[in-house]
Ligand binder design. Structure first.
Ligand SMILES: Cc1cc2nc3c(=O)[nH]c(=O)nc-3n(C[C@H](O)[C@H](O)[C@H](O)COP(=O)(O)OP(=O)(O)OC[C@H]3O[C@@H](n4cnc5c(N)ncnc54)[C@H](O)[C@@H]3O)c2cc1C
Length: 437
């Protein structure tokens, strides 16, 4: 069937863009469908001054194919800012610049089709059939293999769901909503990087001058992202290989243990925050406007004119630690959660999952539909934290992941993604002495 693609991609965020950039010149017919009219990367959180948490060298391609025309360095050179960039001596770049790089890469990739939402995916035996609503109407696209990288969905605490409104919303939309917080009491829920960025911008007057800002976090403190060298070794292909060999229970334990390696506040942001609170407290004498509430889990929310937040103070252990807080605006910085796009509903029952509901993926991020005897590959990128570890929802390994998919599709190692022996010996065989030479 000549009109059947070798690969169709759902979504063109960074994860599928990496695949698109790496498959570009390979002899495989491929197209990537993106619902957005124009490329953007988390526009609702594009706040002033926000920085990447990952090195720009961990871009779409460089770790596996440094001469690829979609590299960050190629972007700098084409933008004629290479020397300026170098002299700025930045360890990481602003999120705005990285988003511009991604958008530049998306424009260079002919296989990326914007304004094209995949409405449904049907199983037609030897191929998948996609119903795509594109700029020129509806199109039925057939593809032997599918790569799903459709992003995550906002995690909204159960108690907040019935009360979502213009005054109670997830932070993922904040820059698009541009709320007017002038003279309002604002409660920020969630003590990760997003919470920190929202608090900085609230206190900086970005959305008007709030009467009060209260920042509640379930965590025991405002804790740093661990971006030190040995921790970064968890974000390597070797570590993923080892992680793959562990039992599901052990994997869950490790993911919990490694939380702050992927989900903490950047140390530079923490310093900025502390200095901000210092200035408010000791220079401007305005600390009454701010309250920091660590150890507080949001357990209830009601609305009678204003919002009443019920917070459980975990520090108090067994004691009844319920506290109440009133606010005019509630901003949920409660993270994102894995979810499959609605277009996969027709396949939903046949996508294999473990007892806890996590996707069962093989080494190359592919799932085998229940009852499918064909050789088709159905890849899921960004939704395999339990199967592949904490690096999975992050950018760090996007290039490696993309290369793995391309190698797997072509059935050969077109990208050599093996690493040289590392000094971290994650496992040794029981009867073997640890090799030191
Ligand atoms: C604000 C923010 C900052 C982050 N910063 C970092 C960082 O510094 N370092 C790091 O490692 N990680 C970071 N992450 C985590 C992660 O790298 C990003 O979330 C990343 O965007 C995930 O890429 P993705 O391609 O899977 O999903 P997304 O970027 O969410 O892209 C998915 C795309 O799929 C499209 N889509 C969905 N459904 C359909 C459909 N049916 N048809 C067509 N298109 C569809 C969507 O429109 C979207 O464009 C950050 C996350 C957030 C929210």
């Amino acid at each position: 069937m000549s009109d059947v693609l070798d690969l169709a991609g759902i979504g063109a965020g960074p994860f599928n863009l990496a695949v698109a950039a790496l498959i570009r010149e390979k002899s495989l017919a491929h197209r990537f469908f993106e619902a957005k009219v124009e490329f953007s990367w988390h526009p609702g959180l594009m706040l002033p001054g926000v920085m990447m948490q990952t090195s720009f060298l961990k871009d779409l391609v460089t770790p596996v194919d440094p001469t690829n025309p979609c590299s960050f360095l190629a972007y700098l050179v084409e933008k004629k800012r290479f020397y300026d960039f170098l002299h700025a001596e930045q360890r990481t770049v602003s999120r705005r610049e990285f988003a511009d790089y991604l958008s530049w890469a998306a424009r260079r990739l002919d296989s990326v089709q914007m304004s094209s939402r995949v409405q449904s995916v049907l199983d037609r035996g030897a191929f998948f059939e996609l119903d795509v609503h594109g700029p020129h109407g509806r199109e039925r696209v057939r593809a032997r293999n599918l790569c799903v990288a459709a992003g995550k969905t906002p995690n909204i605490p159960q108690c907040c769901r019935p009360l979502l409104s213009d005054n109670c919303f997830h932070a993922l939309e904040i820059a698009l909503r541009n709320p007017d917080v002038s003279d309002k009491r604002v409660a920020v829920v969630g003590g990760g990087q997003t919470g920190a960025e929202v608090v900085i911008n609230l206190l900086g007057g970005h959305w008007g001058c709030p009467r009060q800002v209260v920042w509640a976090s379930r965590r025991s403190n405002y804790l740093p992202l661990d971006e030190t060298p040995f921790t970064n070794d968890w974000f390597t292909p070797e570590y993923v290989d080892v992680f793959r060999q562990l039992s599901p229970r052990r994997r869950e334990e490790i993911i919990a243990d490694q939380k702050l390696a992927s989900d903490g506040i950047s140390p530079a942001t923490l310093t900025e925050l502390y200095r901000l609170f210092y200035r408010l407290a000791h220079i401007e004498g305005d600390l009454g406007r701010v309250a920091l509430l660590p150890n507080r889990a949001l357990v209830g929310l009601s609305c009678r004119g204003d919002y009443q937040l019920q917070l459980e103070n975990n520090l108090l252990g067994e004691a009844d630690g319920s506290e109440w807080l009133n606010a005019d605006i509630v901003i949920l910085c409660t993270g994102l959660r894995e979810a499959l796009p609605p277009c996969l509903a027709p396949l939903q029952e046949r996508i294999p999952r473990d007892e806890a509901g996590h996707l069962l993926l093989d080494d190359a991020f592919a799932a085998k539909l229940i009852g499918d005897s064909s050789e088709r590959r159905l890849y899921f990128l960004g939704t395999g934290r339990t199967s592949h570890g904490i690096a999975e929802p992050q950018l760090s390994l996007s290039a490696w992941r993309g290369a793995l998919v391309v190698n797997d599709l072509l059935g050969s190692e077109v990208y050599d993604i093996r690493q040289s022996g590392n000094f971290m010996k994650w496992v040794t065989h029981r009867a073997t002495q640890v090799a030191v030479a």
